[in-house]
Each structure stands twice: as structure tokens, then as C-alpha cells.
Design a protein around this ligand. Structure first.
Ligand code: SF4
Length: 476
């Protein structure tokens, strides 16, 4: 295993963390077959501590590794299609697509072939190892479970124009953390890959090969201007980039956790079940249990979501009750009212030296505290971040708890600055609300949720809408 050669962990780029070595396995599109799951579970058991974490790019991470992973084991993973067969490009960000690609009843196009094509292209072109490890690409098929508003450098978003499917090309420009913005360019599906290759080539041409800190695509676009950049892309292409005068396209900003629970697939009679993973963590016994279910009832695949949950797909209607019982036997849940379904935390002080607090531990304490005190009937996304970098979630959550450490009476006091996810885009986490200590945080959040539940206008008023209304009343 290579070590310390990049800031972003990959299967072949072990990265030290507070709790041991971290290995991140790219899963393009987030779809795993049962053999791959078995191999990852073996690694987590043998080298880690018997669990895996799903990340917000639908990768898998094995943490707390205390000895180098044997080269033969890595080769075995490569043979199973895990990790890039070209190790020089393995650290490039996972390719994102909707976890329901190919099964979503409303999607316009199945994006899985686009993910595979770009992954193959990266693998075959070693010069792309010069890309920033954070060079991120997303294909959205226009279905119910949309990933078009996830933060990515480049988004291809499927749209219907005069009965034909095209992709809108969206690029990350402006402030850090914004969703990619529509360039107005409309691409027939077969032009996506050449355009993506040209976008990458132009980006590489603007990087300083001697600099250790590679500019992000957003920074290059901000420096030279989007139009200028696209003119340079055009010079690499044998066809014109078309930007018809159509209305500006906006990413879907529908509820983020609607994949949780039982949902019909586009294939008649088949269903997928969105399973809640507390903070994205899955014990290997649970992973193997889900593999068994997917083999017995489904088609032997599991799908990871960028919301750090997992989908069990292709379940026939008549088997749903059996599968539900067996999911419960694995101590897993599939309900949106489960606070864990919408709880997100970065690795916190146990995994990251920058963290002011034990975000994961505090988030789990909160979930345990709320379990018997508040029942949610609509999802409220609560996000714990150990520092302002905000690695685990780029979009605004309903409630953000930002870890801070303050001095009081010569004593260090750990706590959270609480934000509610309203306000303009400049306010990364939303409106600053109040500081609470770690000890008082669970009761404080309980109170916020109970006020929302008892004072909202009706059952359809989301937490954000409620908070926005209340803030306006306060401002008036
Ligand atoms: S958000 Fe900050 S504390 Fe949390 S993992 Fe990222 S860098 Fe570390």
C-alpha cells in the first residue's frame, strides 16, 4: 500500500487518521455485488474493527486499520472490480449517480453506463492522474431520487426536450459549496463523454504541475471565466456545443431522504428498500446479512447512497414482509421517522485532528436521547460538523451543530454553535442560533423539535419552512 502520497485517501493511498489508517474504496455509482461486499467485509474484519462506513460520495471506508493491507488482498479487490486497476488514478473522487439509477420509476435515462464509461476512460488515461483528487463528476438521470443538487465540479443532468432526452451541462462556479450551475449547454447523451474528456483536458492545461496544491475546477472557472473555459473546451471537440435559448435549469431540491423506506421500482412487481445506517456505519455482520438477503430475494446487489444509507433492490412484492422481518433481525431500520435516517456527522475528534468535538459520539448520544422522547413524522436533517470545513455534508441541513471549544473560567468547554438551515447562500450553515455545551445539547435539540412539532402550521410544513417563518417573525 502506498502511504501519505495524497491528501485524499484511496484503496492504494492509505491515509493516517486519529484512530488508525483509513482506506477508502471507490465504488463508481455506489453499486456493489455480493462478492465485492464479501471481500470488503473480510478486510474490515481482518484489518479494521469489523465495520465499514458509507461516505457522502457513496464510497466505502474501512477505518482503524493498524497494519498495511497485504498486496495480494489489494490485487484480489482489483480483480473483483474494486479500486481502479490503474492505481495512479484511484484517488480521484468517486463518480456519483442516483442510487436508484436503472430502477427509478421516473428516470429519463439509466445513468449507469455513463458512470462505467467515465470510469473506464479514467482508468485508460494515466495523464488524468494529474487531476485534483477532488475532481468530481455526477450523472443525474432525472428520476425521483435526484443527486443533481449534490456538490460536484461537473453535473450532467438529464432533461426532456421535445420528447428527446438530453443532458444539461452544469459546472461548479462561484462560492465554495454551491451546487453546480447550468451553463445553458444541452448535450445529446453520446456527447457527454467527449465533453467530459475535453473539460478534464482544459482543466489540466490550467494547472501548475509544480504546485502541490492543485486548484479546484471551480477556482479555474472563477479565474478565467466560464465562457472562456467553454471556448477552450470547444476547441477539443469535433462537434459544436449547443446552447439553445431555454429556461435556466435548476437542480431539484426535493427532500433528501425520500429513498428511505419501501418504494416501487420501474420494473413491475419489484421494490427497493432504503435502509437507515446510523451515521453511515454498518457492522460487517449486518453487511453480510444484507448480502444474504440480496442474494436470496433480490439480484445480489446493494446500492450505497450519498446520504450514507443503503438500498436493497429488486425485491418481489410477495417477499417484502419476509425481508422487513430479516432487516429488523439485523438491528437495522427503514423508517424515515427514525432520527438516524437523517442524522449526519463528520468523523469528529476520534478520526480527525481538526475536530473540536466528538461529533459522531455526540450525534449517537443525541439519537439515543431522542429515541424515547420525540417521534418524528417528517424527516429533520441534523448535521454535526467538527470544524467549518464541513466534509460530511455540503448542502444546508435543517439543523447544523458546529463543534467549538471555548475557554470559560480557565477551563476548556466543548460545545456546539447551533445553526438553522435558512438564509442566503453566503451563510454556509444557515442562521446562527445559539451556543450549547455538549452536556446540554440533547435537551436543547429536543426542545427545538418539540416546538416545531407543536407550532408548525400543518403536517406539510417542513422544519426549514417553519424555521424560516419563525425567523421572519423575529426579524419583523
Ligand atoms: S469537518 Fe473538519 S473536523 Fe470534520 S472531518 Fe472534516 S476537517 Fe475533520
Amino acid at each position: 500500500m502506498l502511504s501519505g502520497s495524497t491528501k485524499c485517501p484511496g484503496l492504494f493511498y492509505a491515509t493516517p487518521a486519529q484512530d488508525g489508517i483509513l482506506s477508502r474504496i471507490r465504488i463508481p455509482g455506489g453499486i456493489l455485488n455480493s462478492q465485492q461486499c464479501q471481500a470488503i467485509a473480510d478486510i474490515a474484519d481482518q484489518y479494521g474493527r469489523g465495520y465499514v462506513d458509507v461516505t457522502n460520495r457513496a464510497n466505502l471506508q474501512v477505518r482503524e486499520i493498524h497494519q498495511g493491507i497485504n498486496a495480494l488482498v489489494l490485487q484480489h479487490l482489483q480483480a473483483l472490480g474494486l479500486g481502479c486497476s490503474n492505481t495512479t488514478v484511484d484517488q480521484i473522487r468517486n463518480i456519483m449517480t442516483s442510487p436508484t439509477a436503472g430502477i427509478d420509476p421516473q428516470e429519463l435515462i439509466d445513468t449507469r453506463p455513463f458512470v462505467t464509461a467515465w470510469d473506464n476512460y479514467i482508468t485508460a488515461n494515466s495523464q488524468l492522474s494529474g487531476l485534483s483528487a477532488k475532481f468530481s463528476v455526477c450523472f443525474d438521470g432525472g428520476g425521483i431520487v435526484s443527486v443533481s443538487d449534490r456538490v460536484n465540479d461537473i453535473v450532467f443532468a438529464a432533461v426532456l426536450v421535445n420528447g428527446e432526452v438530453y443532458f444539461r451541462l452544469c459546472l461548479s462556479v462561484g462560492a465554495k459549496g454551491n451546487s453546480a450551475q447550468d451553463t445553458g449547454i444541452l448535450l445529446p447523451p453520446e456527447q457527454c463523454l467527449p465533453v467530459l474528456a475535453a473539460l478534464a483536458d482544459v482543466y489540466l492545461a490550467h494547472l501548475d504541475p509544480t504546485s502541490k496544491n492543485k486548484l479546484r475546477l471551480r477556482e479555474v472557472l472563477n479565474n478565467i471565466g466560464c465562457e472562456n473555459y467553454l471556448q477552450q473546451v470547444q476547441q477539443h471537440l469535433a462537434f459544436p456545443l449547443s446552447s439553445p435559448q431555454t429556461q435556466r435549469w435548476e437542480p431539484k431540491s426535493e427532500p433528501q431522504f425520500q429513498h428511505i423506506g419501501i418504494h416501487p421500482q420501474r420494473q413491475p412487481g419489484l421494490f427497493y428498500i432504503g435502509i437507515v445506517l446510523p451515521l453511515g456505519r454498518l457492522e460487517t455482520r449486518q453487511l453480510l446479512g444484507l448480502v444474504e438477503l440480496s442474494e436470496k430475494y433480490g439480484k445480489g446487489t446493494l446500492r450505497l447512497t450519498p446520504w450514507q444509507n443503503i438500498l436493497l433492490s429488486d425485491i418481489p412484492q410477495q417477499s417484502i414482509a419476509d425481508v422487513q422481518r430479516q432487516i429488523a433481525a439485523l438491528e437495522l431500520d427503514y423508517s424515515t421517522s427514525n432520527i438516524n435516517s437523517t442524522l449526519v456527522a463528520c468523523s469528529g475528534s476520534k478520526g480527525c485532528a481538526s475536530s473540536a468535538t466528538d461529533t459522531r459520539g455526540d450525534a449517537l448520544t443525541l439519537a439515543e436521547y431522542l429515541k424515547t422522547r420525540v417521534s418524528l413524522d417528517s424527516p429533520v436533517n441534523i448535521y454535526f460538523s467538527g470544524c467549518p470545513k464541513s466534509c460530511a455534508q455540503h448542502s444546508k441541513s435543517d439543523i447544523t451543530l458546529l463543534g467549538v471549544s471555548i475557554e470559560e473560567n480557565n477551563q476548556k468547554l466543548e460545545g456546539y454553535q447551533v445553526y438553522v438551515g435558512v438564509g442566503d447562500n453566503e451563510q454556509k450553515f444557515g442562521r446562527e442560533y445559539q451556543f450549547v455545551t455538549v452536556a446540554k445539547m440533547p435537551a436543547f435539540i429536543e426542545k427545538m423539535l418539540l416546538v416545531y412539532k407543536t407550532q408548525r402550521l400543518n403536517l406539510d410544513e417542513s422544519f426549514k419552512e417553519f424555521a424560516n417563518r419563525r425567523m421572519k417573525d423575529i426579524d419583523a
